[in-house]
Design a protein around this ligand. Structure first.
Ligand SMILES: [Zn+2]
Length: 55
């Protein structure tokens, strides 16, 4: 592991797409959005993700 500080690379978003529509309870489960702040080391390529807490 190097000691190069990680630099902010952007925000990565994806959906936890679980299709529970046939159960009739889709409001919260159908698309649960998650977002992570991505930090990467410009030297060795190490990547770390930090979850964002958006209100
Ligand atoms: Zn590194």
């Amino acid at each position: 592991m190097c000691k190069t500080p990680l630099s902010f690379a952007g925000t990565y978003k994806f959906h936890e797409g679980r299709r529970y529509g046939f159960l009739g309870n889709t409001a919260e489960l159908f698309v649960k959005k998650r977002a992570f702040d991505v930090y990467e080391c410009p030297k060795c390529g190490k990547v770390e993700l930090y979850s964002t807490k958006k209100k």
